[in-house]
Write a protein that binds this ligand. Structure first.
Ligand code: ZN
Length: 361
């Protein structure tokens, strides 16, 4: 979901992006603040409070991201949306212990911030939390009290043991260590759903719509994590040989794109391998190039005029998980399956996506 996001900065080589809905929320909140009948200083204080709150959310995400880096897990970016932040990781931490520490690191950041301010307030003022929570920041101490309160709330909220909260991941990590990842995720999902139902029931009885909505949100998101764990497991167990396409066209360097386009439309092949006159694999034609030729209407071009010189062969016994990683790292859309002497089939991005789609249903 990189679409609809805007990069606002980068820290420690991890870009921070905001989703457009976040921008809409800022506008909406600013509008309702400045059209209220409060004094200008109070309006600015409210805005500063929201800014500080989101800074704490960003720091929370960096807690996850920088801890993940220690275990070799790369964070692609951090995305802010109205419901909070997400640190999107390239891969899942393999070991339950790593997942446990990475998941805990985020809430721990809020706990430390909260604790730091609480100590300050305890030493220099007469109370730590606002006496009445009415969101009036009439003095610096009161401002800090709200920041402290919000950080403790963020800490507590994220530790609710239900996906997609960090607590759900912590619970899964603990369960996975004993039950394995799939069963661990399944049990964690079940517990998360129970909690969600509890929230919804409480929301109805206490007439707290926010509580009910949180419950509904957790309930809907819970299953996704389980599906993802199942697919990851499946990709690790399925070999290239199992889903490779054995009927494929071998393009030659002198072939024209009009022939490639014909294959593309008539036979549904989307990515191709290219061979030289001696039959050696010498490159690929990804779908992107074919679309480009169609768009610019230049079918007379030959394959050697527009092709990628990168050609990778994978062994039939390699797992789809490894193949996907290889494709991502090399930026390629197709691989040959076999060895240097004999290519048995091809595996392309579209084929793998199709496999994942069928298995996800
Ligand atoms: Zn988190």
């Amino acid at each position: 979901m990189t679409e609809g996001t805007l990069k606002i900065g980068s820290f420690s080589r991890i870009p921070i992006k905001v989703h457009w809905t976040f921008g809409v929320m800022i506008l909406f909140v600013s509008y309702s603040i400045f059209t209220s009948d409060q004094k200008m200083e109070e309006n600015l204080a409210t805005l500063a409070f929201l800014g500080a709150l989101f800074l704490c959310v960003i720091l929370h995400e960096y807690g996850h991201a920088l801890t993940a880096r220690r275990f070799g897990v790369v964070t692609r970016d951090i995305i802010l949306s109205p419901i909070g932040g997400v640190a999107r990781m390239e891969s899942m931490p393999e070991k339950p212990f790593h997942e446990f520490v990475i998941a805990l690191a985020g809430p721990l950041v809020n706990f430390i911030i909260g604790l730091g301010f609480a100590i300050y307030l305890f030493v220099f003022t007469d109370h730590i939390f606002p006496e009445v929570v009415d969101f009036h920041f009439n003095e610096t101490g009161e401002f800090i009290r709200y920041i402290t309160l919000m950080n403790f709330l963020l800490f507590g909220f994220n530790l609710i043991p239900a996906f997609p909260m960090d607590g759900g991941r912590i619970l899964r990590a603990i369960l996975s260590a004993r039950l394995g990842r799939i069963l661990g995720t399944k049990v964690a999902t079940f517990i998360g759903r129970l909690i969600a139902v509890l929230f919804i029931i409480m929301g109805i009885f206490l007439a707290e719509i926010v509580l009910g909505l949180i419950g509904l949100f957790i309930f809907m998101m819970a299953g996704k994590e389980y599906d993802q764990a199942r697919i990851t497991m499946l990709l690790g167990k399925t070999t290239a040989a199992e889903i490779m396409r054995t009927a494929f066209t071998r393009l030659h360097l002198s072939d024209t794109y009009s022939m490639v386009i014909e294959k593309y439309y008539r036979e549904g092949e989307q990515n191709f391998l290219v061979f030289d006159s001696l039959g050696n694999l010498s490159g690929t034609v990804p779908e992107l190039f074919i679309k480009d030729i169609i768009k610019h209407n230049t079918p007379d071009k030959t394959v050697n005029q527009l092709m990628s010189g990168k050609a990778v062969t994978v062994s039939p016994s390699q797992s789809l998980k490894e193949v996907i990683e290889l494709m991502k790292n090399e930026g390629i859309a197709i691989v040959a399956v076999g060895d240097d002497q004999h290519i048995m089939g091809i595996l392309d991005r579209n084929g793998i996506e199709n496999f994942i789609r069928i298995k996800s249903e």
